[in-house]
Design a protein around this ligand. Sequence first.
Ligand SMILES: [Zn+2]
Length: 139
Amino acid sequence: MSNNKLERDGKMSKIPIREGLFTGKTEGKLVGFKCKACGHILPPLTLTCLNCYSNDLEGMPLSGKGKLYSYTTNYMDSGHIKAPFTGGMVELAEGFWIYSVLKEKAGKPFEINMEMELVVEKLWDKDDDEIIGYKFQPV
Ligand SMILES: [Zn+2]
């Protein structure tokens, strides 16, 4: 019996929705990039600087803090995300927008410009595994 089989007979494994998205495998902060040529800060999973087109980028943890720029509630499923859910554009402190499913927080209805913070958690189950991604929630 392989280790893999042993894991599968036990509790669920956590699988990141994308490798390299977080500072930990399925925890921590989002990993953005800093361009070594011009210093521009770039979103996760970027391969080329959007300012100078250099490919010389180094990973850096992002703050996970931002402001809600815009949002909408969806009444149709989107892939694995079941309706209704709210998604929106969060303007990160680093100066770019990132799309995210938004997590509700009691007593904090979504409002444009409200402070938001990163949450790394399960998005959905896949077979015996948990798919881990990110959301943003009101601070
Ligand atoms: Zn650059």
